[in-house]
Design a protein around this ligand. Sequence first.
Ligand SMILES: [Zn+2]
Length: 186
Amino acid sequence: MNNKTYNNLQALARAARGKIKMIYLHWTAGQYITNYIERADYHICILGDGRIEIECDDLTELRTHTWHRNTGAIGIALCCGLGATANNGYNADFGLYPPTPEQITAMAEVIAVLSRELVLPIDKNCIMTHCEAALLDGYGPYSGDPETRWDLWYIDDPGTKEKMQPGGDVLRGLANWFKTMGIPIE
Ligand SMILES: [Zn+2]
């Protein structure tokens, strides 16, 4: 990420330390750019080319991204997934806007910065995909719920180059790697 984004994220996370207990990882089910609805729903959006857009002045602002889980939570979204259909997790048709390796990498870098500055561990108790939360709350894949969510169920791993791995594991794994090895700053 660029130096300006890194400094902004670091400052926002330091100001929110102690007030955030969860980070939820989404996709917008839209195109590779943001619209005004998405800019209002998430704290951070990541464009198709991996550019990071911070959509808030304060990470503790309440945003509506994850059913019944928005208090004390940050929502980050990859701008992608319009028209995607899940056949079964590892066999999805992502349509014209599949998650890009640049986006997935940028999301992991954002998680790494936030985790360090918020003093929040990178594990499934604190960092979850919307799919993982929806599975716990009864509206995930196979639930039959009309509002089924499967954000980032399976994605390609830009670290290992393996195709269609469980999205939460990919993102937490890569984020832990950046947290340990350092985030590349341009
Ligand atoms: Zn979502």
